[in-house]
Design a protein around this ligand. Sequence first.
Ligand SMILES: Nc1ncnc2c1ncn2[C@@H]1O[C@H](COP(=O)(O)OP(=O)(O)O)[C@@H](O)[C@H]1O
Ligand SMILES: [Mg+2]
Length: 263
Amino acid sequence: MKAVLPLPDDTPVLEIRDLHKAYGELEVIKGVDIMAHRGDVVSLIGSSGSGKSTILRCANLLEDSQQGEILFKGEPVSWKGTGHGRHPADPKQVLRIRTNLSMVFQQFNLWAHMTILQNVMEAPLTVLGRDRAEVEKSARHYLDKVGIGDKCDVYPAQLSGGQQQRAAIARALCMEPEALLFDEPTSALDPELEQEVIRVIKDLATEGRTMMIVTHDMKMAQDVSDHVVFLHQGKIEEEGAPDELFANPKTERLRGFLSATAH
Ligand SMILES: Nc1ncnc2c1ncn2[C@@H]1O[C@H](COP(=O)(O)OP(=O)(O)O)[C@@H](O)[C@H]1O
Ligand SMILES: [Mg+2]
């Protein structure tokens, strides 16, 4: 086994350099650079179709990309081939990166036939091969943490959307990842249930978790982020600290986007 080298303080947990991604002829990511240092919360905002989900999916190698580098704790993804023939070269590296960048999806994606506890325990047991008793202890801990410790033995269909999403967050945490990637975690929820999920995300930010969050919720983006990236048609149109970016948008496009999303 390789020795784990200490991270120099300035090494980002996740760094994306000059990322390009096309679906066939359609180029949807056109040279994007994003980084998240340990403890950073980076939000990706922008209109539907601007490429936010694609960036997250490329970052944790659920999607191939044709150009650019993705570095996890300074370690570049090793590729074989080029252009549309470019794929990750090392399945072990893919697994390591993917399990360390735990994803939370808009639609929760819980297994309907498993209890909440089984859902949270599944990947640590089968993917990481961890000890069952330890995993159960840790699963119960994270379910408590997101406020649904009393729901261990029920099935997803018996929970509200907000509770299901909190279970999905507990499941992501139980992988003990280096960072969490959220793709519109509150979009499928009724407004009154959004808040309970936002509260959990805020708690995670406060405790110093590294997170990349795609969201349409500008208030959450402003409240939790250290850095906000505004995407337009696959490029970064504007980025910066949330207070500055939301108070003084520099580009016409961001001004237009913010006034269209204001309520
Ligand atoms: N599997 C796919 N096949 C073809 N085009 C796709 C696919 N997924 C996304 N796209 C296109 O890529 C662009 C970016 O999509 P996406 O990353 O989902 O945007 P966002 O998350 O910002 O709404 C859109 O034009 C979308 O239609
Ligand atoms: Mg999306």
